[in-house]
Design a protein around this ligand. Structure first.
Ligand SMILES: [Zn+2]
Length: 507
């Protein structure tokens, strides 16, 4: 029941963890308390509710489980600076007999006077939180009006100060271009796959997930700063890089900053019953309604950006884009070249990738159709790609979105009633919004795959697939599998099934 926190804050890291520990142990001894557990967290700040403090959480859980009845910390700031958490401990002391003391003496919940002082501290801290959050949002809005780059996580393609990072900007431009390509535009899903390296799209190279890149940068910056100041640096463990998600790609396509428009989200917004504010609504406008221009260079032009928004808004059009062009071949722009991985094009009687693959089409298409049909007669295939709007899955998405919105509204009410702080509200809202983003991306994906419904909704999906339109068959194939054509073995006549590689998609 000793709680220690190694602080990375500049002003507080003079106090080494060992000294904290010794001081705390001495205090416990003086009080005649037996130390049953020591909790140590490494965190940037006790103020930031978004930073996880696993040992703090473990301590709370242990306390609730009755593992101890007293806590020693070095000072209150190290325990928590969140009024809500302080209040919990004060309640525990008042009603459940918890004893809590700090080495510095700034908190002592073992007597009535100490409880009174703690209560005052909570009020002061709460007022400060409200003031600070108001100040921050005013400053943020002013920054945005001047067209300065917003604070917070830098978007792909821009440095924190708004400078263009050219190699990332190349990827951003490619994402916009491929999504709006008139002939056979790429979907959110295929763009995410290309960025993750599980698929190949010409002009879009795989790259680490943006959040991963940013974590690495932040970690490096912290380490360099510590080295500069000759301080020991405790390395943070970074989450391993993972695949790009379609919702991240959606977030890129929706971001007005790429067209050089300044954005701002007020801390408290209540219009539309507090529904998620769209990216477009975040565009800051001047007195005459013109978007405020950022001081940074745009990466895509206005026209491209607005066209993307139109495509994204127009579900009908979204549903049709992937099959909008007339095709004669089942696999052109869908099957891949076994040599270079690019999509093959249709040749008069088959498929080709210049210099790599030249194959007759009919046998391949028959073979692929049979394999896919066989797969479709299995239940697990259906579960994954079931798409009709009234499916349990679609309903679950809508319900999950409503739940997130309700949670955000509750948080807003709690904030208005001063039950929670701005920081908690922000955390809840950020989590809610990013969850809604994911859910909406998923819904969009399923909307795009709407053509699958007539196939999968039937009693015999395999037969329905065989009879479906070319567009639908292509959609079904693309959803289920990646098809690669190997070059025809020299001197071989007839069709060799091993020359067509079918890999089932797992996501
Ligand atoms: Zn090739």
């Amino acid at each position: 029941m000793i709680y220690l926190r190694i602080s990375l804050d500049r002003e507080m890291d003079g106090l080494a963890i060992e000294r904290q520990r010794e001081d705390c142990e001495r205090l416990a001894e003086r009080e005649g308390w037996t130390v049953v557990e020591t909790y140590v967290d490494q965190s940037k700040s006790a103020t930031d509710a978004t930073k996880s403090r696993p040992d703090y959480d473990r301590m709370v859980a242990d306390y609730q489980a009755g593992a101890f009845d007293a806590i020693v910390c070095w000072d209150l700031d190290r325990l928590t600076r969140q009024p809500r958490q302080m209040e919990d401990w004060v309640d525990a002391a008042r009603f459940r007999g918890l004893q809590l003391k700090s080495v510095s003496g700034d908190v002592d919940l073992t007597n009535e006077n100490g409880l009174l002082i703690a209560g005052i501290k909570i009020q002061v801290a709460r007022a400060e939180v409200v003031r600070k959050s108001k100040r921050q949002s005013r400053a943020q809005e002013q920054r945005a009006m001047m067209g300065r780059a917003p604070k917070g996580m830098r978007p792909l393609g821009y440095a924190t100060n708004g400078d263009v990072i050219e190699d990332e900007a190349v990827a951003v431009r490619a994402i916009f271009a491929l999504f709006t390509r008139p002939d056979h535009p790429e979907s959110l899903r295929s763009l995410a796959r290309a960025l993750s390296g599980t698929d190949t799209i010409e002009g879009l190279a795989p790259m680490p997930k943006h959040t991963h890149t940013v974590s690495v940068e932040r970690e490096t910056a912290r380490r360099l700063r510590a080295e500069e100041e000759n301080k020991t640096y405790q390395t943070h463990e970074l989450k391993p890089d993972g695949p790009w998600s379609p919702s991240t790609v959606l977030g890129i396509l929706r971001n007005p900053r790429y067209a050089g428009m300044s954005t701002y989200t007020p801390k408290t917004y209540q219009e539309n019953g507090n529904r998620r504010r769209s990216w477009r609504a975040q565009i800051l406008r001047d007195d005459v309604g013109e978007p405020v221009r950022g001081q940074w260079a745009p990466i895509v032009d206005d026209e491209t950006w607005w066209r993307v928004q139109e495509i994204l808004d127009d579900t009908e059009r979204v549903t049709n884009t992937s099959g909008s062009t007339r095709r004669k071949h089942l696999g052109s722009g869908l099957y891949r070249c076994g040599v270079c991985g690019r999509k093959v094009t249709g040749a008069p009687r088959g498929y080709r990738c210049a210099g790599h693959v030249m194959r007759t089409g009919s046998h391949i298409d028959e073979f692929v159709t049979e394999v896919i049909a066989a797969r479709l007669s299995r239940r697990d295939a259906l579960a994954r790609v079931s798409t009709a709007e009234d499916t349990p899955h679609a309903r679950a998405i809508s319900e999950a979105i409503s739940r997130e919105r309700a949670r955000m509204m509750r948080a807003q009410r709690d904030y208005d009633a001063e039950v929670i702080e701005g920081r908690d509200l922000k955390r809840i809202r950020d989590a809610g919004e990013s969850r809604i983003d994911e859910l909406e991306a998923e819904r969009l994906l399923r909307g795009r795959a709407g053509g699958l419904a007539p196939v999968l909704g039937t009693a015999d999906p395999a037969a329905a697939f065989r009879q479906a339109s070319l567009t639908t068959r292509r959609e079904v194939i693309d959803t289920l599998a990646k098809i690669t054509l190997l070059p025809q073995a020299r001197g071989r006549r007839g069709f060799d099934p091993h020359s067509v590689v079918i890999e089932w998609r797992t996501n």
